[in-house]
Design a protein around this ligand. Sequence first.
Ligand SMILES: [Zn+2]
Length: 213
Amino acid sequence: MNASAGYDPERLAICADAIAGAARNFAALGWTPATSSNFSMRLDSGHVAITVSGRDKGQLGREDIMVVDMHDQPVGEHKRPSAETALHTQVYRRLPETGAVLHTHSRTQSVASRLFASDKRVRLQGWELQKAVSGYATHDSTLDIPVFANTQHMPELVDQVDAWLDSGQPLHGYLIDGHGLYTWGRSIDEARRHLEALEFLLGCELDLRRLRS
Ligand SMILES: [Zn+2]
């Protein structure tokens, strides 16, 4: 343990390398344009490793990952965490089994968020790849991805996510209108699977809309 900061620096190094590896992959796919997007992993019950604000997500090193507590405060460093840190810590607090949170700004996610904003959700039904999301064993299921209104005032976004969770509906990811996608998993590998599946499914929904119009 790091006696002054209260977290294990070896665990931080492992998480930082895992985040950087995943981020390189997402950047190569064009999902993190112009230094957007942010990624995090749970270090322990009280600490989260998260990307520093404004860095190129295709070239992250260990120095680009910092530690915050569950109330968004930097721990043991003077870097500035992502502006959306509160959306990450919210997921770790509300869904305690979560081990990693991923947020990207792909073109598909951005367009889908605008197109489905008036419906306030994207309803996924009948797609085999719904089974890539933990808890979904068949295509014959309904997977709702809510679309929340965008704002630069994080507490308003946190409130929208809280309201959805408080309503008792399952939540595996959400879109923010004109912005991008949040998803998560028990491990970073599960979170990556969810992100890849949702990106693919949103792209399919957009294609269907195009082809049917
Ligand atoms: Zn964002």
